[in-house]
Design a protein around this ligand. Sequence first.
Ligand code: SR1
Ligand code: MG
Length: 395
Amino acid sequence: MTVTKTAVYETLTESSAAALAVRLGLFSSKSTLTCREIGDGNLNLVFHVYDKEQQKGLIIKQAVPYAKVVGESWPLSLDRARIESSALIRQAEHVPHLVPRVYYSDTELAVTVLEDLSHLEIARKGLIAGNDYPNLSRDIGEFLGNTLFYSSDYALDPHIKERLVKQFENPDLCDITENLVFTDPFFDHETNDFEEELRDEAETIWADDELKREAAKLKNRFLTSAETLIHGDLHTGSIFAGEKETKVIDPEFAFFGPIGFDIGQFIANLLLNALAREDAERAPLYTHVETVWDTFSRTFSDAWKKDARSAYRNTHGSLEETLKKAFEDAAGFAGCEMIRRTIGLSHVADLDTIVPFARRISQKKLALAIGSRLIKKRADFRSPQDIINTFKELA
Ligand code: SR1
Ligand code: MG
């Protein structure tokens, strides 16, 4: 993998992206390439470059200097491309089979060239279509157990950790999460986005002092707990899945944050998908919620017993307390994510495509009720079954 600095930033087009791939020597100048811009996310351009004759493709991802979802009125640092490629490289040290390969990155052009994963599908799309991906939660649990342990103080020399914390300072993207996940949905804020039929529920949230206080505590955990390098945006749209393979993509929100954040976001998005399904189709989602936590905690614990620094490894109860706090946080973060994806900016297709409209509204009301309960009662939760029971009780 090469990291380069070119002279000037310019936005790529389909033809300049293909030309860049040739210039980098990733395709021969004689090959006949097709290139399509396929980005459907909120922030970046994504080009799929393909050589039909060689049956070989790759992805060129480029950050643009604003949030694509809003437009140029929302400027955003290009540094997220550096964060993303650095995070992918670090994750690959521990779980190379669960992340795309990085072929090249250029911090000035804000470009990352990545393995083509088009034989897989975005997990959110597949889950909405009714695919259950039996390995999904085991793979995500393994990803989380390894990446979250090996970048934490439990594993790292303090000087190295301090250097990494600086390397992964990510103020612009953390600011997005701080506002969109932890603040705006809990107040009558202009970024919020919801159907008029949900106004009573939104106003109930805005008037609920206990809920707002608990969400503020979770925001404070997010802001101040530099426990480990987290993915930072681990919803089901950041995961490619297939029958046998899982790849975690898009870690541009990575920074040193609380261990429970990624786990909570993943669980929230499973629950949002469960709300979009009929009762009889929900069991695989419940299994995923249990499996992701069980696999995460087993992987994290095994790594701890093998590689934790002695002060932690030899302190009775330290691992158990760390996991308990991570679980409590995860439940609360899941609640914030459920509320945010329902009345805040940037919804999820799982809920937004429910038909008929009346059911969409009733399921969104449930998402708000479940999210609120997870935030308020998180300290009482001990296991994924407690989250599932809350979901079943309310939904
Ligand atoms: C303005 S960005 C909106 C959302 O898109 C990303 O995927 C993150 O979830 C972010 O909060
Ligand atoms: Mg993304």
